[in-house]
Design a protein around this ligand. Structure first.
Ligand SMILES: [Zn+2]
Length: 432
């Protein structure tokens, strides 16, 4: 598909030129597995609690997640925009959230002007859409962005799972009535399942009922089962629908199938979707004229996914004692090529050129380092297939090839490029 795009952006495919180095030990102040592994392997760097830089390897993963999300949002007719992160106080005062949004960062500019750093964007997108929505003919409308959000979180100890600054995809839908919202909401649900499936979290991610608002009984969270999760969900053993703690306290039976047998599970909230109704249309007086010329409030929905949190959740779910095991759709590179010893350099370089020429994304470990160091780093970084050019394998005109997370090593003839690229593109045996 568009794999080449990424390597074209980042020409740093030789590990000797990668500006990050792996760390032997995780920083002492990191508690969570995702932060420990991502920092050690050089994907991210912590500036302060809940604030991370994405380094070349981490940036590649982030862009792949972003692309998956973007494709699925466009597939449900989302139009991409980019709104500002700096919001005038008036917008937030209008909805009452200047006072009531607990985690809002507020700052003062010159001439006593006050601002918020965007924690969410209803306060911006509603007045924006009001400039263009006047008739039923302008509806429905679906707008999304992928952008930084800011929240003054008390707890920010879970690495990428809870950030004070974090990248989020937020989609907002605008409808003439609730029926239209309900139909689109189901489509958005399906799009979310596709996103988590494509990010390698499909098996472990549960649609979870959460409390709704004035306009609907429930909202929905997408919760990925993991011991690192800060949430507790209850998975129905009959139908696999999950409910969160609040719902569990209110209802003893599964609202979908009536089942009463639940499995308690820690989980990471990787996304949520919410029917807003007219909650934000009201304060901004967002209305449209229907076929009869009557004015009605626009009905809205909102749909969020935290990209860094998805990345953190993937690492929490996909790792072993040696490091990360990236699912193939979001791996920074498709294959990690290791040259062992200077004698192998020429063959390794030639293989590297052939594979990249064939559209395969290769991280080439051309460093002057010991085999042990290269193997350990390959396991830590977690690229799904590893190619080793060693003197022993070259003696058989072959390269050693292995999936991350599997023990079995195979030899493939260097001349058999097709077999090699097929192996690289095939999923690991245990991957779901
Ligand atoms: Zn059920």
């Amino acid at each position: 598909m568009s794999n080449r795009h990424f390597t074209d952006i980042l020409k740093l495919m030789k590990q000797s030129r990668l500006f990050t180095k792996t760390l032997k030990e995780a920083p002492k102040d990191e508690i969570s597995n995702n932060a420990k592994l991502l920092v050690r392997a050089g994907f991210v760097d912590k500036l302060a609690a809940g604030i991370y830089s994405f380094l070349p390897l981490g940036f590649l993963v982030l862009k792949k997640i972003e692309n998956i999300i973007r494709e699925e949002m466009k597939a449900i007719d989302g139009q991409e925009i980019l709104m500002p992160a700096l919001h005038p106080k008036e917008n937030w005062a209008r909805t009452g959230r200047w006072e009531n949004f607990d985690a809002l960062y507020k700052l003062e500019g010159k001439e006593d002007k006050e601002y918020a750093l965007g924690a969410t964007h209803e306060e911006i997108i509603v007045p924006l859409s009001k400039k263009f929505i006047s008739s039923y003919k302008d509806l429905p409308l679906y707008l999304f962005q992928i952008q930084d959000k800011f929240r003054d979180e008390l707890r920010a100890k879970s690495g990428l799972l809870r950030g004070r600054e974090f990248i989020m995809k937020d989609l907002y839908s605008f409808h003439p009535d609730e029926k239209d919202l309900d139909d689109y909401y189901e489509k958005a649900k399906e799009a979310y399942f596709k996103i988590f499936e494509r990010c390698g979290l499909g098996e472990k991610t549960y649609l979870t009922l959460a409390t709704g608002g004035t306009f609907s009984k429930y909202s929905h969270e997408f919760q990925t089962a993991s011991e690192a999760g800060e949430d507790i969900i209850y998975v129905c053993s009959e139908c696999k629908l999950a409910i969160n703690k609040e719902i569990k306290n209110k209802t003893p039976a599964c609202p979908d199938c009536g089942g009463k047998d639940f499995r308690e599970q820690k989980a990471i909230e990787v996304g949520n979707i919410f029917k807003l109704g007219t909650k934000y249309a009201e304060p901004f007086d967002l209305k449209y004229k229907d076929e009869n010329g009557r004015e009605n409030l626009v009905v809205m929905g909102c749909y969020g996914i935290g990209l860094g949190r998805v990345m953190g959740a993937i690492v929490e779910v996909c790792h072993d004692e040696n490091g990360i095991i990236w699912p193939k759709q979001v791996t920074p590179f498709q294959t990690h090529l290791l040259a062992l010893g200077q004698e192998t350099e020429k063959e390794a370089e030639s293989l590297y050129q052939k594979l990249t020429g064939d559209g395969i994304e290769v991280l080439y470990d051309d460093r002057d380092a010991s085999p042990g160091e290269k193997f350990a780093d390959a396991d830590l970084i977690g690229i799904p297939t590893r190619l080793v050019v060693s003197e022993k394998a070259l003696g058989k005109d072959s390269v050693e090839i292995k999936k991350r997370g599997e023990k079995e090593i195979q030899l493939i003839k260097l001349s058999d490029l097709k077999n090699l690229t097929d192996f690289i593109s095939s999923p690991a045996k245990d991957s779901k």
